[in-house]
Design a protein around this ligand. Sequence first.
Ligand SMILES: Cc1cc2nc3c(=O)[nH]c(=O)nc-3n(C[C@H](O)[C@H](O)[C@H](O)COP(=O)(O)OP(=O)(O)OC[C@H]3O[C@@H](n4cnc5c(N)ncnc54)[C@H](O)[C@@H]3O)c2cc1C
Length: 373
Amino acid sequence: MRAAAAKNIDLAVIGGGLIGAAIAWGAARRGAHVALLDEGDTALRASRGNFGLVWLQGKGLGAPPYMRWSLRAGRLWQDFDAALAEDCGFDIGWRRPGGFHFCFSDAELEGRRRVAEQTRSAGGDIDIEVIERAQLQKDLPRLGERVAGASYCSQDSHVSPLLLLRALHLSLRRRGGNYRPGFPVDRIEPDGQGFTLSSGGERLGCDKVVVAAGLGGPSLAGQLGIALPVKPERGQIVVTERVAPFFPYAANNLRQTEEGSFLFGSSHEEAGLDDGTDVATAARLVRAAIEVFPALAEASVVRVWGALRILSPDGRPIYQQSPRHPGAFAVTCHSGVTLASVHALDLGPAILAGRLPDDVRTFSSDRFHVQAH
Ligand SMILES: Cc1cc2nc3c(=O)[nH]c(=O)nc-3n(C[C@H](O)[C@H](O)[C@H](O)COP(=O)(O)OP(=O)(O)OC[C@H]3O[C@@H](n4cnc5c(N)ncnc54)[C@H](O)[C@@H]3O)c2cc1C
């Protein structure tokens, strides 16, 4: 029999992406001794390949608890951004100019009106207005002729996702947390007083554990009796050279970064675990962006990348505590940028206290009626 690993860690978080890092930093801010364990560069990592939107419009239609959770995340972003800047000492580029969803036909614009109406009648305070072309052009004089209008939500924002991730890792370390890239966890064993995690020959003991390992999560969560039915969905993103700033807003299919590059995104493709790119998809993203702003045809494309979203069957998050092993949790969602604020400020401290926030109880994986494996 192997000796139990020495235990001085209050919370071990498996997965150093945006979800795990936000939870880990949130718990460390409460004075906990936290370890953040990550597989490393060969893993599939959505947090390093996303579009960087903190997006509320249209979120949680038909699912009021998800709408409320997203709204809370949006409201917490200002405090989150300030607290993170204080810990890490740099600006992560979070800006809240509002976000546009551009439409190319009256029918599409009508669809956005319905989204705005449904959001209003769901009682969520996500405020979406529909703007006709003539009005929109006053704000955006470079608008392409085919744009019929847009919906706009002043609560939408955007951020540099890489700076956000870097800030979380650095801030965790500054709070005394232990970030260990290159620590792929292969076993989680409940040991009566907590859990023992194994990575190859190395073992680590902790009081509580969170599986936030993205597409690597299901097999780890299965060891705790938690089903995590997630599948990958590929998104490709095109990056242009830097151009003089002219579009400070967030938008569904393009945004200009603080450095000046435009990002055009993102595709939605079933490609299994292939996170590659292809010219036809990139060309489609470029054409869609040029329809919005024809002047972008002058900007050279410098890069295209692909990354894999982590999707549950209904597209909503999963937050679950193990019924068999209290103190063990699994978390996944497909809006890890948007929800980073609420994961850090609400979820991390709650998990440290051994529970899930009341707001997320309906996001249990029990709703899918699938077995853990
Ligand atoms: C193209 C694209 C665009 C997107 N755009 C947006 C957007 O605009 N706004 C938004 O809110 N969200 C967006 N998302 C979603 C967002 O990126 C994800 O929700 C978020 O990154 C998920 O974070 P995560 O920590 O769960 O996953 P990941 O970033 O995948 O992290 C999981 C981590 O777990 C680690 N891991 C796996 N197995 C193990 C193991 N056995 N042991 C230790 N570590 C392990 C991996 O190394 C990895 O770092 C987008 C995603 C994609 C792909």
